[in-house]
Design a protein. Structure first.
Length: 68
């Protein structure tokens, strides 16, 4: 038999796992945008890389706040 406390703990960690997963996914896309910002040869491409990194980093922070 599984104690009831163990079942409650596993149910409580489901929400935090979603929070971490969404934040990591959006953070990974933000890192790709930062790499584009540094690696792209033209100024317009660097600007798009910065914009992507900024937007997805903001969404990652917002997702953590939303699921918290």
């Amino acid at each position: 038999m599984v104690p009831r406390e163990a079942v409650r703990m596993s149910e409580g960690s489901i929400e935090s796992d979603k929070e971490v997963g969404v934040a990591l996914a959006l953070g990974a896309i933000a890192v790709v945008g930062a790499v584009v910002m540094f690696a792209y040869p033209g100024q317009l491409g660097k600007a798009w890389g910065f914009a992507g990194a900024f937007v997805f980093a903001t969404l990652a922070v917002g997702a953590v706040q939303l699921f918290d």
